[in-house]
Design a protein around this ligand. Structure first.
Ligand SMILES: Cc1cc2nc3c(=O)[nH]c(=O)nc-3n(C[C@H](O)[C@H](O)[C@H](O)COP(=O)(O)O)c2cc1C
Length: 255
C-alpha cells in the first residue's frame, strides 16, 4: 500500500535500502581489489536489455586521474578523497562490433540505443551501490561526469560510442553519517492501478515542508519552498544544454 508507515515486512536487502543515504566523507580503511571484484562481480548480474550488456565500468584509484575527474565534476572534493571512483559508462562499441560482422554499423543509431545503453549502465551502477553497501562500503553517484563528457571520455580512454553516464565515489564512511534526506510522501509517488494525479500534486507542498525541516535540522540554508525552489534554481536554466551535441560527437545519437 502506498503509505509511509506500517511497513510490516523487511529483509537484509530492504534494510540496506531503507538505511541508504549518499556518503561524501570517507575513512582511511582500504577498499581492496577483492572488495571491488565482489561488488562488480555481483553488479554485472543486473538485468540487461536484450542481453546487450551495453555498458562498461572503469575503476579509478589513481590520485591524479581522480583529481582531474573532480575538476571536470565542478571541483567536487569527494571525487578526490574517495578511495575508489567507479565510472559507469553506456557503451555501444561492442554492439557495433557485433553488427559489423554482418556488414552493418551503428551510424545513425537512434534514441533507443542511447537509452538502452544508459539504462543498462544505471542498473549495473545501482546494483554495485547496493552490493557495496552490503559490505559497509558506501558513497555517492556523480552525474557531473556529464558536465564535459568528451573530456571525461578522453581521460578514461573510452572507445567511440561510449560515455560516462555517472560516476560513483566509494569508500568506508568516516562514521559521521549524514541524516537521511526525506522522500516525497509515498501516495504521491506510488499509485495503485492508475495514477493518482491529486496525490502526486498534493505531495509537493507536503514535501517542501519536510525538506525545509530536514535542512533546518542539519543547518543548511533554505526557504519555505525548499524543494520546488531548488529544482527551479537548478533546472530552469537548462543545464548541460550542449550534452546532446557532445554525446553525438562521442557516437551516441539522442536526437
Ligand atoms: C545519477 C545521479 C547523479 C548524482 N550526481 C551527484 C553529484 O554529481 N554530486 C553529488 O554530490 N551528489 C550527486 N548525486 C546524489 C544526489 O544528490 C542524492 O542522491 C540526492 O540528493 C538524495 O540524497 P540521498 O542519496 O542522500 O538520499 C547524484 C545522484 C544520482 C542518482
Amino acid at each position: 500500500m502506498p503509505k509511509d508507515e506500517n511497513i510490516e515486512i523487511t529483509s537484509e536487502t530492504i534494510d540496506v535500502l531503507n538505511n541508504r543515504r549518499s556518503i561524501r566523507a570517507f575513512s582511511d580503511t582500504a577498499v581492496t581489489d577483492a572488495h571491488i571484484d565482489a561488488i562488480l562481480g555481483a553488479a554485472v548480474r543486473a538485468p540487461t536489455s536484450s542481453n546487450l550488456q551495453a555498458y562498461s565500468v572503469v575503476v579509478v584509484r589513481d590520485a591524479a586521474r581522480k583529481a582531474r575527474l573532480a575538476e571536470l565534476a565542478g571541483n567536487q572534493k569527494h571525487v578526490i578523497t574517495c578511495p575508489v571512483f567507479v565510472a559507469f559508462c553506456a557503451d555501444l562499441s561492442r554492439i557495433e562490433v557485433a553488427l559489423q560482422r554482418y556488414g552493418h554499423d551503428l551510424e545513425d543509431n537512434n534514441l533507443e540505443m542511447g537509452l538502452v545503453s544508459s539504462i543498462d549502465a544505471a542498473l549495473v551502477g545501482m546494483s554495485a551501490y547496493v552490493a557495496a553497501d552490503s559490505l559497509g562500503i558506501q558513497g555517492v553517484m556523480i552525474g557531473a561526469m556529464r558536465n564535459d563528457p568528451e573530456a571525461v571520455a578522453e581521460l578514461l580512454d573510452l572507445p567511440p560510442r561510449a560515455y560516462v553516464v555517472f560516476g560513483m565515489c566509494l569508500g568506508f564512511p568516516d562514521g559521521n553519517a549524514p541524516k537521511q534526506k526525506p522522500r516525497m510522501p509515498r501516495p504521491g509517488i506510488v499509485h495503485l492501478e492508475t495514477y493518482d494525479h491529486t496525490a502526486s500534486k498534493a505531495g509537493i507542498d507536503v514535501y517542501n515542508d519536510q525538506l525545509r525541516a530536514h535542512y533546518e535540522t542539519i543547518g543548511k540554508e533554505t526557504n519555505t519552498d525548499s524543494w520546488t525552489y531548488e529544482v527551479d534554481s537548478k533546472f530552469a536554466a537548462r543545464p548541460r544544454n550542449t550534452l546532446r551535441a557532445a554525446l553525438k560527437r562521442l557516437g551516441l545519437d539522442f536526437s
